[in-house]
Ligand binder design. Structure first.
Ligand SMILES: C[S@@+](CC[C@H](N)C(=O)[O-])C[C@H]1O[C@@H](n2cnc3c(N)ncnc32)[C@H](O)[C@@H]1O
Length: 196
């Protein structure tokens, strides 16, 4: 699923569907507001989460809790907080790890989309590399891929035929890569903008 980062409540994050500022998908970077000072002493992952969640809230960063959770989980080698071993959350972070948390969270403070900060995002069952200016795949695009696959399943002959698909403007390649994973017999030709 696109939201591999299932929330603890089990609800789907709808931040990206809002009008106006686009939550963690936001492209509107701003000058960096002041970050909280690096802690003088040692700090645990849970304490860092709390510091940054409150700071994001105070500075009006959308999805303050998810933003800090995803960044810290990523730095602890997991995709979600649920994937982090509970004991690691209460252990002190190393100095280097603490600095990394501050560095990445400061990027979020400038409204850089989370996907660019952690440099990856899930699309269906794939984890895609993310780097500006490559388009961040939208959750609706996952639905589009599902629709194509469902449509092809209605006609098994079409799914098995050696067809070629053309995708113009493939961005991260999410659509073609995802279809290719489900339909390895189909060939894909993609176009990218050569100014990248
Ligand atoms: C709205 S994005 C869609 C990306 C991708 N298909 C997706 O849904 O995740 C449109 C993409 O088309 C690319 N693009 C725009 N003009 C193009 C052109 N003339 N030739 C090839 N690609 C182009 C953009 O760089 C961008 O990656």
């Amino acid at each position: 699923m696109w939201w591999r980062r299932t929330l603890s409540t089990g609800r789907r994050c709808l931040g990206c569907r809002r009008n106006g500022e686009k939550g963690i998908w936001s492209f509107h970077t701003r000058p960096i507001c002041s970050a909280p000072a690096l802690p003088a002493g040692r700090i645990t992952a849970l304490q860092a989460l709390d510091v940054w969640k409150r700071h994001f809230e105070e500075k009006g960063v959308t999805e303050p809790e998810h933003s800090s959770q995803y960044i810290i989980a990523h730095l602890l080698g997991a995709k979600t907080m649920e994937g982090v071993e509970p004991q690691r959350l209460t252990e002190f972070l190393s100095k280097e790890k603490t600095e990394q948390v501050w560095q990445l969270c400061t990027r979020r403070l400038s409204r850089m989309p989370l996907q660019y900060i952690i440099e990856e995002w899930d699309f269906r069952d794939l984890t895609l590399k993310m780097r500006p200016p490559v388009f961040i795949p939208r959750p609706e695009t996952e639905e589009l891929v599902e629709l194509v696959l469902t449509d092809l399943q209605k006609d098994p002959g079409a799914a098995e035929a050696h067809q070629t698909c053309l995708e113009v403007g493939c961005g991260s390649g999410a659509i073609s890569l995802s279809l290719l994973k489900s339909l390895p017999q189909v060939s894909f030709v993609v176009t990218v903008r050569n100014s990248f």
